[in-house]
Design a protein. Structure first.
Length: 131
């Protein structure tokens, strides 16, 4: 059967659905609500810190756990985060990054991202284009 198979999407969809069902059952209604509230709180905490560091939010509408920032040294920030062993956001183009914060992120982790972002932004402002 493997030789004739053209796709395994059905088994992948079932696995994703099973994983989600197990997670929801284990968390329960109150656990899911708490996780969602922490996602929202963490994302807004990270966004506000990045904003103070000079990485301006691109879109003004409400967001849950993903948002986009813009800064001329976005590529440099992601490079510096990588050097520090931190998985940063997704680079959308030379100046924009898509960020995500979930219930799994700690304040200490987000503070470190913000600290590095502030250092990169300050270096950019003091020394010009550091890309």
């Amino acid at each position: 059967k493997r030789e004739r198979a053209s796709s395994n999407i059905c088994s992948n969809e079932a696995l994703c659905a099973l994983t989600a069902a197990v997670y929801m059952a284990a968390m329960g209604p109150e656990g899911l609500k708490e996780a969602a509230q922490r996602c929202l709180s963490n994302a807004h905490y990270l966004q506000e810190g990045l904003e103070k560091a000079g990485f301006k939010r691109v879109h003004g509408q409400s967001f849950f756990h993903e948002f986009v920032t813009e800064h001329p040294c976005s590529k440099e920030l992601l490079h510096q985060l990588d050097e520090a062993g931190i998985l940063g956001g997704l680079l959308l183009d030379d100046e924009r990054i898509l960020w995500c914060a979930t219930e799994k992120n700690t304040r200490a982790q987000m503070d470190e991202v913000i600290r590095i972002a502030a250092a990169v932004s300050d270096g950019f402002q003091q020394g010009g284009d550091k890309k």
